[in-house]
Design a protein around this ligand. Structure first.
Ligand code: FES
Length: 217
C-alpha cells in the first residue's frame, strides 16, 4: 500500500512523490551549504581595509624612529611608534632594576588607560602625559603616575620584506617566534625588514605593573 503511494506521479511530469521529495531534500542541503560557505567567506574577509583604524597599517622602516629617540605619531592608526634598546645610552627613559632588557619596536595605543583621553608626548619632560587627570607614562608606555591603572596598550607588529611579504623563519614570524601568542614585547626587527605591519585590530592590554620609582622628570 505504502509503495503504491510512493510511486504515485506528481502532476503531469511523471515524477514520483519519492523522487520529488528527494529533489526537495537535495535542494535544501545545497541551499544550506551555500549559506554556510557564504558565512565563512564573510567571516574571512577583513572587516577593515589597510590604512583604516581597526585594520593594518604598513609603515616603512624609514618612518620608524631611531633607537631611543622620541616617538613618532601615526595619527590615523592612533598609535605611537617607539624604538627601544635599554642596552644603549638612553636619555629619554630609565630602566629600573627589576626589568630585563627592553629592545625593539612597539606600537603604543594613543588612548590613556585611565578614562580614555588622548595623551601626547611631552618633550620637555621626556614622557607621555595625559591632559585629563595627569597620568604619566615612560617612553615604552609603562606608567609613571596615577591615576592610570596600568601600562599603555600596544598593537601587534609584523616585519615585512621589500615586497611587503611577512619575514618568516621556517614559516614562523619573528614576532611569534619571540613572543608566542603574547605580542606585547617589542619586536626586534629581523634582517631584511623594509616595512612594518601594525595591526590595529589586535590590541594587547598593558600589564598592571608597579608605578616606576625614581624616573626622570
Ligand atoms: S583619562 Fe588620562 S588620566 Fe584620566
Amino acid at each position: 500500500m505504502a509503495n503504491a503511494a510512493a510511486s504515485v506521479s506528481v502532476g503531469s511530469s511523471g515524477m514520483t512523490r519519492r523522487e520529488f521529495l528527494y529533489y526537495i531534500w537535495g535542494a535544501s542541503i545545497a541551499l544550506l551549504t551555500a549559506q554556510s560557505a557564504g558565512l565563512l567567506v564573510w567571516f574571512l574577509i577583513p572587516r577593515f581595509r589597510e590604512g583604516e583604524f581597526g585594520g593594518k597599517f604598513v609603515v616603512s622602516v624609514d618612518n620608524v624612529p631611531a633607537v631611543n629617540s622620541e616617538p613618532i605619531n601615526v595619527p590615523d592608526g592612533r598609535f605611537w611608534l617607539v624604538n627601544l634598546d635599554t642596552d644603549q645610552p638612553n636619555a629619554l627613559m630609565e630602566k629600573v632594576s627589576d626589568e630585563g632588557p627592553i629592545k625593539g619596536v612597539a606600537a603604543i595605543y594613543k588612548v590613556c588607560t585611565h578614562l580614555g583621553c588622548i595623551y601626547s608626548w611631552t618633550p620637555t619632560n621626556n614622557r607621555f602625559e595625559c591632559p585629563c587627570h595627569g597620568s604619566k607614562y615612560r617612553l615604552d608606555g609603562r606608567r609613571i603616575e596615577d591615576p592610570a591603572p596600568r601600562t599603555l596598550d600596544r598593537f601587534e607588529i609584523e616585519a615585512l620584506d621589500a615586497d611587503k611579504n611577512p619575514i618568516t623563519n621556517n614559516g614562523i614570524s619573528p614576532a611569534i617566534e619571540v613572543n608566542g601568542t603574547d605580542f606585547y614585547a617589542p619586536l626586534e626587527l629581523p634582517e631584511g625588514t623594509a616595512y612594518l605591519s601594525v595591526n590595529t585590530g589586535a590590541r594587547k592590554v598593558g600589564p598592571k605593573q608597579e608605578l616606576l620609582p625614581n624616573v626622570p622628570k
